[in-house]
Design a protein around this ligand. Structure first.
Ligand code: PMT
Length: 406
């Protein structure tokens, strides 16, 4: 059953009589698990109040393009980036015409231009307007631009006409929205993902760690669930909520992470090592707090086990994907790391760039496998994660067919 857990749906409501159905649509989307935010055009507010949709969605409704308060909080670019799907329902003939001509004359059309998320449009208009050559041409333009349509449905219209033009039923639209994310690519597969930092204790109150927030690993877990996988996260200490339908195991140190990874990877199909594991740990953990003493002290550190290399060295072993946090010569270093650790794939990111990598919402990576590589340009970690999962699915299929040919 398709769902919208972990999904941000931006619902655009334009000014037609079907706008009253958007209240039910918000409810249907939420029942499937979505977070919903609403943008209303000026016309929509003539049919249903922002207050109604605010109360139902649990979020402020956005109405103005130029609103200094909104720009400091959720302005048009933030909304465009927040959305996993822009759903416009109802979409009037006028709104469709403005989308087709690329206008940016209100908040909804501006967000439609600014978003990288897919767009799903549910037209609603009089049947004669739907059949008009201008509307037909506009709809064709949207289709050519990969904007998806749902409906319109046929039947008796508010104006008394009979024919196509009614907005599709909210439950049908919500199910179509959910189907956008239901790739089924990893259906039936077991995926284990490590995420976040490790903490290597020095004494009862101090530790060695790094700036990993867990965002990349958690985004991968969401994407794996969406692809149909049974997903386990082995997580260092982070302040993120566990994604829906994900089993989470908390660990602190690299040694604990290794133990859990070995346990969970047995019988799994895919292991993705996204955690920023400390390479060294203190040779001894002091049982008492270390007292301030001389001007200089030295720490005796020992190498931690290499978790991803250990999993990749198992037999049988899952399809094993590592990450490479590099600051220079990113791709050659990452390729060498993939070979040295015996991985099937590695995802390299440049962690010297502040806007991506550690503790940021975006990333930009090159995914490398023995016979190829693909650059994934800067995008949200959610989007990068979905693309990585798609590439993993594609590589597993390719490996399977190569093995069958042998
Ligand atoms: O958590 P975020 O704030 O979202 O940031 C994401 C990230 C930058 C942490 C992530 O994208 C990333 O790059 N993770 C890997 C970080 C890292 O430790 O890279 P590395 O190049 O040092 O290690 C290479 C690989 O070996 C990694 O898959 C790592 O998990 C693994 N490793 C490293 C050391 C060790 N002892 N055991 C390991 O398994």
């Amino acid at each position: 059953m398709a769902h919208l857990f972990n999904r941000n749906i931006l619902l655009g409501v334009s000014g037609g009589i079907a706008a009253y159905k958007s209240a039910e649509l918000v409810r249907q989307l939420q029942e499937l698990g979505a977070q919903v935010r609403v943008i209303m055009t000026r016309g929509a507010q003539q049919f249903i109040t922002p207050l109604t949709l605010q109360a139902l969605s649990g979020n402020p409704v956005h109405t103005e393009l130029l609103d200094s308060e909104a720009e400091q909080g959720m302005g048009h670019i933030e909304l465009a980036r927040w959305a996993d799907l822009l759903l416009i329902a109802p979409a009037t003939a006028d709104l469709i015409a403005r989308l087709a001509t690329g206008r940016a004359d209100d908040l909804l059309t501006t967000v439609a231009l600014a978003t990288a998320a897919p767009i799903l449009v549910a037209p609603a208009m009089n049947q004669q307007m739907w059949h008009d050559k201008a509307s037909v041409d506009n709809i064709q333009t949207l289709i050519e631009r990969d904007i998806s349509l749902i409906g319109p449905a046929e039947g008796e219209q508010a104006c008394g006409d009979i024919g196509p033009g009614r907005m599709e039923q909210p439950e049908v639209i919500a199910a179509r929205a959910a189907s956008f994310f239901d790739s089924g690519l990893l259906q039936g597969r077991r995926v284990v993902i490590s995420a976040g930092p490790t903490r290597e204790a020095l004494d009862p109150v101090r530790y060695i760690s790094n700036h990993s927030s867990g965002k990349m690993g958690y985004a991968l877990a969401r994407a794996a669930v969406d692809a149909g996988a049974t997903t386990t996260l082995i997580s260092g200490p982070v302040s993120l909520e566990t994604p829906a339908h994900v089993k989470r195991i908390n660990v602190q140190s690299a040694t604990e992470m290794l133990e859990q990874c070995l346990d969970q990877c047995s019988g799994s199909d895919i292991f993705i090592a996204c955690a920023a594991v400390a390479d060294y740990r203190p040779a001894d953990i002091q049982t008492q707090k270390i007292k301030k003493g001389p001007e200089h002290i030295s720490l005796d550190l020992v190498r931690n086990p290499d978790i991803v290399a250990t999993i990749a060295g198992g037999d049988p072993r899952p399809f094993t994907v590592g990450f490479a946090a590099e600051t220079n010569d990113v791709v050659p270093y990452a390729r060498e790391k993939m070979q040295r650790k015996g991985l099937d794939m590695i995802v390299s990111n440049d962690v010297s760039n502040e806007g991506i990598g550690f503790n940021s919402d975006d990333n930009e990576v090159t995914v490398i496998w023995p016979s190829g590589e693909q650059v994934l340009p800067r995008a949200t970690k959610a989007s990068i994660a979905r693309q990585i999962i798609a590439l993993i699915g594609a590589r597993i299929c390719a490996n399977n067919s190569e093995n069958q040919e042998k």
